[in-house]
Design a protein around this ligand. Structure first.
Ligand code: PMM
Length: 285
């Protein structure tokens, strides 16, 4: 059974920012900060006020080596937060989960998008559940699970292999009845990839978009390979590199970029767009 899509990618602003709300004790950059529902809701509302196009709520850490969370615990973490944010802002809420039961409950609670880092591979009921609800869907590329993925970072040609594997996930999603206009694909930066492979994928975003045939979402925010590239103080280095990489992703045609700091990213994107619009005389009116 499928339902008419409730949210299309075309309904989102061009170059939208997906603001991150991790309701986890252990995510790698903000674990524990927003573990209480009231704090998480307040953070989601602040991201919406800062201009997020989508608010992404997640209750299970996906950092390399992370242990899985039971479905009841994940529901307990995310449902009040999804409900609280969806009731107070018009910005669409996305649920970051690999479990169909969590996706269904979050969609009932007001979410409109499912962000699935397994691209439908972790739960055989996921794609049908999303189709039945008429929700938008992000199919991300990963191999294995967060616990095992770094052992699977072996590719013949990383851009071609990730593009083709992602295309297969997108095809599974449309075969299950998800409307192609409600689909985004994500190369899964840092998921079963080395730092070198992440850079190769970021360099080739237009090629990957052409291979998968749907708009791209990219998530680089505060990921450890960025600190390795820019050096310096770890936290500040990651934040600076996140802004530069966010601008790069939009310049390479990404439709959405997933970030922790929406306000800073908005300023960086405003600068990019001013430069793109500039005339030989300088700033366009
Ligand atoms: N990265 C994380 C979690 N969810 N979802 C998508 N679609 N793409 C990503 O790159 C992604 C994700 C890990 O980062 P976090 O722990 O800071 O949320």
């Amino acid at each position: 059974m499928t339902a008419a899509p409730r949210l299309l990618v075309a309904d989102l602003p061009r170059r939208g920012l997906m603001g991150i709300v991790n309701v986890t004790p252990d995510s790698f950059s903000d674990g524990g900060n927003f573990f209480h529902p009231d704090t998480a809701i307040a953070h989601g509302l602040a991201l919406a006020a800062a201009g997020a196009a989508v608010i992404d709520v997640g209750g299970e850490s996906t950092r390399p080596g992370a242990e899985p969370v039971e479905v009841d615990e994940e529901l307990r973490r995310v449902l009040p937060v999804v409900r609280g944010i969806a009731a107070q802002v018009r910005v669409p809420v996305s649920i970051d989960t690999t479990k169909a039961a969590v996706a269904r409950a979050a969609l009932d609670a007001g979410a409109q998008m499912v962000n699935d880092v397994s691209g439908g591979a972790a739960d055989p009921d996921m794609l049908e559940s999303v189709a039945a609800a008429g929700a938008a869907y992000v199919a991300m590329h990963m191999r294995g699970t967060p616990r095992t993925m770094q052992q699977e970072a072996r590719y013949t040609d990383v851009v071609r292999d990730v593009g083709d594997e992602l295309r297969a996930r997108v095809t599974n999603a449309t075969d299950a009845g998800i409307d192609a206009r409600a689909l985004l694909a994500d190369p899964g930066i840092g998921f079963a990839k080395t730092a070198e492979q992440n850079v190769a994928l970021l360099r080739a975003l237009p090629d990957i978009a052409a291979r998968v045939g749907v708009p791209l979402l990219v998530g680089v925010s505060r990921k450890s390979f960025l600190a390795r590239i820019v050096g310096g103080d770890d936290r500040a280095g990651r934040d600076d590199a996140t802004l530069a990489t966010t601008v790069w992703c939009f310049g390479q045609g990404a439709a959405l970029v997933r970030v922790h700091d929406v306000a800073a990213s908005r300023r960086a994107v405003a600068l990019l767009e001013t430069l793109e619009r500039a005339t030989p005389e300088g700033m366009a009116a």
